[in-house]
Design a protein around this ligand. Structure first.
Ligand code: SF4
Ligand code: SF4
Length: 206
């Protein structure tokens, strides 16, 4: 068994949004939908001020409120210990969205055919090719790049990160780089007190 997870070092994150765009391109998410986000904030008063960043997406909880809330079994755990949505079983009730404390899920209001990326223009050939992956009326979120990991690749956000602030690996393997870094840096999940037991760990939060 594997248990894929991620560690994000916020102290080295440049807030460049490269991961956001890599995710969008990799997964061809519809217009306005982002599975990976970087929340920006500010602290202090000029000239003693700065920007805070928080890269966030599905935390792939192992005690996931979304899975418990889903009435159809659409939201489920996969063989890698990550949370996925079976679009064929999703009835679009959005119970999972209400249950997720991390705001990680988005509802697909219109298929890519109805909602082309560039308003007023036809779908691009790329959109036409990927449109069937995003059916109307389902809830979507980060899939931990399960297509890429099945090929032995890292998730797109990890591979593209210019500061190597993201580490991906097997949380069940104590010798993995991710486990070593979590222990060494003292990383913790977000909102640990909720008992959701996420698979994403953070260090360096401001
Ligand atoms: Fe579910 Fe939200 Fe946890 Fe992701 S972050 S597994 S959507 S509860
Ligand atoms: Fe499950 Fe879909 Fe309803 Fe979410 S919207 S709870 S995934 S059926």
């Amino acid at each position: 068994m594997t248990h894929y997870g991620m560690m994000i070092d916020v102290s080295t994150c440049a807030g460049c949004d490269a991961c956001v765009m890599a995710c969008k391109y990799q997964n061809a998410t519809p217009h306005g939908m982002y599975w990976c986000k970087v929340i920006k904030g500010e602290y202090g008063t000029y000239p003693n001020s700065g920007q805070t960043v928080l890269p966030i997406g599905c935390q792939h909880c192992t005690n996931a409120p979304c899975v418990r809330a889903c009435p159809t079994g659409a939201s489920h755990y996969d063989e890698n210990g990550n949370v996925q949505v079976d679009y064929d079983k999703c009835i679009g009730c959005r119970m999972c969205m209400g249950a997720c404390p991390y705001g990680a899920r988005e509802f697909n209001w219109g298929s890519m055919d109805e909602n082309p990326y560039y308003e007023g223009f036809e779908q691009t050939p790329y959109e036409q090719m990927r449109a069937s992956e995003h059916p109307r009326g389902v809830v979507e979120k980060c899939v931990m790049c399960n297509g890429r990991t099945a090929q032995g690749k890292e998730p797109a956000c990890v591979q593209t990160c210019i500061t190597k602030s993201r580490v991906f690996g097997d949380l069940d393997d104590p010798d993995s780089e991710i486990c070593k870094q979590i222990a060494e840096k003292g990383a913790h999940p977000l909102m640990e007190e909720l008992g959701t037991r996420p698979s994403v760990y953070y260090v360096g939060l401001q």
